[in-house]
Design a protein around this ligand. Structure first.
Ligand code: SAM
Length: 222
């Protein structure tokens, strides 16, 4: 569903800073560093659901621009990214469920805060596995439902009232409520690991904040 992303593309980067208090930058660096450990000179990388290209851009220090691909179905999000990162040259419009690349084309595929928007995760995971080399890595950053318990009450209040407050401020209330609600309805990190199992071995699962609210998962294609 791209409508919400068309609507919020202009304010998307500000929103990320507001909702995560700037931490999304640290999480994205953590993802890229973890994925780059065994990076080799000729490897190709795809950042899927790239949005405005933050994660793809972080690979540019490690690989040349011809080796880094940034894909998203939402043109408006990528337009913002093209303005921000002119070193990134390989942008393309694509959905995770139908990747326009041959089998085994990439060594690494990343997806930050995108999996919960996929239309069909099973088809998307199969496509991602298809376009990776055997042993290639799939790295995911995602927001999951806030765990229950008093400890997480401030986080729940911020999520419930802070997000609509921001949405109203930028006159995009419905789009921001959509973002919040897709996270609240999403599966747990443990269920995501189960869904990856037909195609991948999960090598790392780490909560980055809030008892799994934001989780990093690194999976390896069999
Ligand atoms: C919350 S944004 C994340 C953007 C960026 N990765 C980041 O972390 O800042 C989610 C992105 O998923 C994209 N998206 C929606 N449906 C998708 C699909 N079926 N396949 C791939 N990307 C999709 C949206 O267009 C949007 O840019």
């Amino acid at each position: 569903m791209n409508q919400p992303f068309n609507a919020i593309a202009k304010n998307y980067n500000l929103l990320n800073d507001f909702l995560s208090l700037g931490l999304h930058r640290v999480w994205k660096k953590t993802l890229v560093e973890a994925m780059s450990e065994e990076l080799e000179k000729n490897d190709r990388v795809l950042d899927l659901a790239t949005g405005t290209g933050d994660v793809a851009h972080l690979f540019l220090g490690k690989l040349s621009s011809s080796q880094v691909f940034a894909a998203d179905p939402c043109e408006a999000m990528m337009e913002q990214g093209k303005r921000k990162y002119n070193g990134l040259t390989q942008w393309l419009r694509a959905e995770a469920e139908a990747l326009p690349f041959p089998d085994g084309f990439f060594s690494l595929i990343t997806c930050s805060f995108g999996v919960r928007n996929f239309r069909d995760r099973s088809i998307a995971f199969q496509e991602i596995a298809r376009t990776l080399v055997p042993g290639g890595k799939f790295g995911i950053l995602e927001i999951h439902p806030i765990p229950t318990g008093w400890k997480y009450l401030p986080l729940r209040l911020f999520w419930k009232f802070g997000v609509p407050l921001w949405g109203r401020g930028v006159r995009q209330l419905r789009a921001y409520e959509y973002l919040r609600d897709t996270a609240a309805r999403f599966i747990s990190p443990e269920d995501m690991v189960e869904e990856l199992k037909p195609f991948f071995d999960v090598k790392r699962k780490e909560s980055l904040i809030g008892g799994g609210l934001v989780t990093l998962i690194i999976a390896e294609k069999r």
